[in-house]
Structures are given as structure tokens and as C-alpha cells.
Design a protein around this ligand. Structure first.
Ligand code: FE
Ligand code: FE
Length: 191
């Protein structure tokens, strides 16, 4: 162990985030291309531009630390991106969009956790300028997560055949299968 300090851990975590963000700069265009909802596509494109800004903020921080941003691979982001690309082959239409939102929200939550930690470290280390740069990014990650939740409401309902409530969805499924036992169906049993 060369330098067992919080500062070294801070730098290591920033490198991890830098690598995670650069992976996303490559992944987001693919997610935008795969999305069928125009709104979701636009959302991914907008977050791509923000993500490029996240990379730039980290580069600025590394410059003031006089350190290189490179040298770490974020294995977690690699896995999240991989899972995101797997659903592209598995699903289509609104169900694919629902799956893409699910994958994207996992990414956002991972980033939110990572930025929350480095912000706390920056504060302890007295790096107030870096702390505020990282906080700007954290806010954008949180906003993105909220936008995805908003988008998911309509998209999940569409993926569920246009029904907003699961109870209605069951009735609908039963109807369309022409099963004449809706009245006798016990609560909690699948159609
Ligand atoms: Fe980001
Ligand atoms: Fe993000």
C-alpha cells in the first residue's frame, strides 16, 4: 500500500467515476438508437450531452489535483452497460423501452452513490471548488433519474398493453383471451 490516505481513496474513486462516465459516453448513443419512444430517445440524447459535461468536470478536477484521470476500469459500470445491451436483443417496442429505462436508472443510481461519496470526501479534504463541481453533476444525475421515473409511467403502462393499473390489466388480459371466468376469479390469482 503506497499511500493509505483518504486523499488517495478520493483520487481512486474519481478515477473510477471518470472511467464510468467515459463508458457511458459510448453506451448512451446505443441506448438512444435502441429506444422506440421519441421522448426516451431524446432523453438519452440529452443525458449524453450532460455526461460529456460530467467527463469535463472530472478532467478539470484532475487537472487541479495534478493527477491523471486514467488508470482505472469501472467494472460495475461495465456490468451495468452489458446488462443494458442484453435487453436490446431480448425485448422490443414499449417493453424494450421499459427495459432500457430500468437499465438507465440502475446506472443513475450507481452514479448518485459514487458522486455522493466523493462529494463527502471533497468536503472533508477542504476541496470546496471540486465539491461544488461534483455537486453540479450529482444534481444532473438526480434530475435524470426523476425524468426516467416520469417517462416510465407512460411507457410501462404501454408495455402492459396500455393499462395503467395491474388489476385492470388482468381483466383486460382475461377479456382478450376470451376466458369467461372473470367473475369467478379469486383475488390474487393470475388470469
Ligand atoms: Fe454522469
Ligand atoms: Fe448519468
Amino acid at each position: 500500500m503506497s499511500d493509505n490516505s483518504l486523499k488517495q481513496l478520493y483520487i481512486a474513486e474519481l478515477k473510477d467515476l471518470y472511467n464510468a462516465e467515459t463508458q457511458l459516453v459510448k453506451a448512451l448513443p446505443k441506448m438512444a438508437k435502441a429506444a422506440t419512444s421519441e421522448e426516451l430517445k431524446a432523453g438519452f440524447e440529452e443525458h449524453l450531452e450532460q455526461t460529456k459535461g460530467h467527463v469535463q468536470r472530472l478532467e478539470q478536477i484532475f487537472q487541479s489535483l495534478d493527477e491523471s484521470p486514467k488508470g482505472k476500469k469501472c467494472a460495475a459500470m461495465e456490468g451495468l452497460v452489458k446488462e443494458g445491451s442484453e435487453v436490446m436483443d431480448e425485448f422490443e417496442d414499449a417493453v424494450l423501452d421499459a427495459a432500457l429505462i430500468s437499465a438507465a436508472q440502475r446506472v443513475e443510481h450507481y452514479e448518485i452513490a459514487g458522486y455522493g461519496t466523493v462529494i463527502a470526501f471533497a468536503e472533508l479534504l477542504g476541496e470546496s471548488e471540486q465539491q461544488s463541481l461534483l455537486s453540479e453533476t450529482l444534481e444532473e444525475e438526480k434530475e435524470t433519474d426523476e425524468k426516467l421515473t416520469e417517462l416510465s409511467k407512460e411507457i410501462n403502462a404501454e408495455a402492459n398493453g396500455g393499462e395503467e393499473s395491474s388489476a385492470e390489466g388482468e381483466e383486460e388480459a382475461a377479456d382478450s383471451n376470451n376466458r369467461q371466468r372473470i367473475g369467478r376469479r379469486k383475488p390474487g390469482r393470475a388470469a
